[in-house]
Design a protein around this ligand. Structure first.
Ligand code: ADP
Ligand code: MG
Length: 254
């Protein structure tokens, strides 16, 4: 393990002529929670997707736990990794989306067991034990034989978190994990994330939950227009934003 779980250097990403990321730099150390704030369209999701190579970047470099993502450096040149090698890198990174996308025809337990059994071909009994323990941890021990449609949005999102954890990721990416939830269900998902953070998981969390960012975040970046406008300890950035754009955004969400 390096002392940097995520390192982004001058990351650029365009879709056609639209430049969405205009040189993002970021370091997240092991065990840290980095919260990402910013208005809609500022490139937050795109940046997360670049970290686990769901999007290819146009320039710059991203490392996860010291590994260059998507490329190999040889003789000063970057060569794209093969699909299999990218898949291996991706397995170490868990991602949780706004929409939970559980498999509707599988039970809760099967949903959590699916990736380790199919992708990693792990021993089924071991995976079952681990999946059950994870579901217990997210407070859903009594739901393991239920189906996603029988669960509330908050419960489904907790299953999605357990499902990501079942792959034993070293890094978890959250893209607005509570934005699709009814307000009364937000807390139970944030509590699970808090518990994960306390347990030492490295997390990058795109969220509009300012309270969570202030309480749980070790660092905060504010993005707008594809650049990091401001960053620092969450309490400082939220309590005393230095940039006009940060002030304007916070005054709307606080
Ligand atoms: P955020 O998550 O901060 O709301 P996004 O990263 O989703 O922002 O999007 C940033 C910009 O990139 C938006 O203008 C969006 O329309 C554009 N964008 C995102 N994904 C694609 C894509 N696959 N093709 C074209 N444009 C995209
Ligand atoms: Mg987004």
């Amino acid at each position: 393990m390096t002392d940097e779980m995520v390192r982004a250097e001058n990351v650029h990403k365009s879709f056609g002529s639209l430049e969405v990321l205009k040189g993002i730099d970021l370091v997240v150390r092991p065990g840290e929670v980095c919260c990402v704030l910013g208005p809609s369209g500022s490139g937050k999701s795109t940046f997360l997707r670049c970290i686990n190579h769901l999007e290819k970047i146009n320039a710059g470099r991203i490392f996860v736990d010291g590994d260059l993502i998507g490329y190999r450096e040889r003789g000063g040149k970057l060569h794209e990794l093969k699909e299999k090698e990218v898949a291996a890198q991706r397995r170490a990174i868990g991602m949780v989306f706004q929409r939970f996308n559980l498999f509707p025809h599988m039970t809760v337990l099967q949903n959590v067991m699916e990736a380790p059994c199919r992708v990693k071909r792990e021993n089924k009994n071991e995976v079952r034990d681990r999946a059950a323990a994870l579901l217990d941890r997210v407070g859903l021990a009594d739901k393991i034989d239920g189906y996603p449609s029988q669960l509330s949005g908050g419960q489904q999102q907790r299953v999605a978190i357990a499902r990501a954890l079942a792959m034993r990721p070293k890094l978890m990416l959250f893209d607005e994990p509570t934005s699709a939830l009814d307000p009364e269900l937000v807390g139970e998902v944030l509590d699970v994330m808090k518990d994960l953070a306390r347990d030492g998981m490295t997390m990058v969390v795109v969220t509009h939950e300012i309270g969570f960012a202030r309480e749980v975040g070790d660092s905060l970046i504010f993005m707008d227009g594809g650049v990091v406008v401001e960053q620092g300890p969450p309490r400082e950035v939220i309590g005393n934003p230095q940039q006009e754009r940060t002030q304007a955004f916070l005054s709307k969400v606080l």
